[in-house]
Design a protein around this ligand. Structure first.
Ligand code: 4AZ
Length: 349
């Protein structure tokens, strides 16, 4: 868990470039049909080539853009030349003062994103830099980006007068090429914002990407979401959190109600096998399972993404999460043009 490992993990993840292949699952046709009825036509052609050069305090990232035409009036083009501020990821806000958990403090987890589809709450996501949100593939598979709205700094979803809420639209949905909707293997997707968020002047902050190859076995991690507080229940108005223990892979494969083959290397389980009682539930999908660095409270890395499970908080059936550090290279090659925050202060690199 030390600095060189983090740096290797981050930079392996951020530096490679692969071609993308987009799979369009059948659910997409339904959403596209709805979109064709309710939304004006959208034509978008964008080519972005990020070029990075560094100065002492800021990082200038130049993005060459070709034609971008869109008839959605609220979708703005972000500036072609951007100055990246120096910032740290994963810090919770401590200034202000699920199943089996508790309500969080307001804006405690400043990377939490509410994902609305057709203005209806659907899933959660995590801000990972100033331009991309990470969520579960099963939340957005086949959904046209024009139908998705993201809201940050939301706490109580039923308060319509939270003027601090930051809203963005989505210009691109990237579902993992190998996502399997039957097994939930590779249940991960990236949403590109129509405009970057301001990480200098707002309380928003991205969560850190996880350390490469780290297992998280036996770590206590926190899952956050607006999902149901009991199996079969309704979603919560306010953001809630619950602490769960990450289970060693062999324990999840051999000592739970799941068959060994169901828990792939791209998944991790968290919860309490014998007693149950604490878990993510319906509506928490896509949200973060966050773990501290070196068990120091206050700074978090994205260990997992809420993916699936049998019921909620049942004994023998822990929550199953996408293992995010299996995707660091994929994340690097599919998040061009973003400004990143780092886990440690600049002078430590
Ligand atoms: C869901 O439907 C869901 N207990 C999320 C997590 C779990 C079950 C269901 C895990 O969003």
């Amino acid at each position: 868990m030390k600095l060189p490992l983090i740096l290797i993990g981050l930079f392996c993840g951020l530096c490679c470039g692969l071609d993308e292949k987009r799979i369009r699952p059948s659910q997409g046709e339904f959403f596209e049909w709805l979109g064709s009825i309710f939304l004006p036509p959208v034509t978008t052609t964008t080519t972005s080539t990020p070029v990075l050069s560094t100065s002492t305090t800021t990082t200038r990232r130049t993005t060459k853009s070709t034609t971008t035409t869109t008839s959605r009036p609220t979708v703005a083009n972000f500036p072609i030349e951007r100055d990246c501020v120096t910032c740290r990821c994963g810090l919770i806000n401590t200034l202000y003062k699920i199943v089996g958990g508790q309500e969080t403090r307001v804006h405690q987890y400043p990377w939490m994103a509410v994902i609305l589809i057709y203005d209806r709450f659907y899933c959660s996501g995590s801000l990972i830099n100033d331009l991309y949100v990470l969520t579960a593939a099963h939340c957005v598979e086949g959904v046209p980006p024009e139908l998705i709205t993201l809201r940050f700094l939301e706490h109580n979803r039923s308060n319509t007068n939270e003027d601090i809420v930051v809203q963005r639209f989505v210009s691109r949905v990237k579902v993992h090429e190998l996502y399997n909707p039957r097994s939930f293997d590779n249940d991960i997707a990236i949403l590109r914002l129509n405009q970057p968020v301001d990480m200098e002047h707002q309380r928003l902050r991205p969560i850190c990407l996880p350390i490469q190859s780290y297992s998280f076995d036996h770590e206590l991690a926190i899952v956050t979401g607006w999902g149901a507080q009991k199996e079969g229940g309704l979603g919560s108005d306010t953001l809630r959190e619950v602490q769960v223990e990450v289970l060693p892979q062999l324990d999840c494969r051999n000592s739970t109600s799941y068959k060994p083959g169901q828990i792939t290397d791209n998944m991790m389980c968290a919860g309490y096998i014998l007693q149950g009682g604490k878990d993510a539930c319906s509506g928490d999908s896509g949200g973060p399972l966050q773990a501290t660095f070196d068990e120091q409270p206050g700074q978090y890395q994205l260990a997992g993404i809420v993916s699936w499970g049998v019921g909620c908080a049942r004994p023998q059936s822990p929550g199953v999460y996408t293992r995010v550090n299996q995707y660091l290279r994929w994340l690097g090659s599919n998040t061009p043009g973003a400004c990143h925050c780092m886990p440690y202060p600049e002078e430590d690199y």
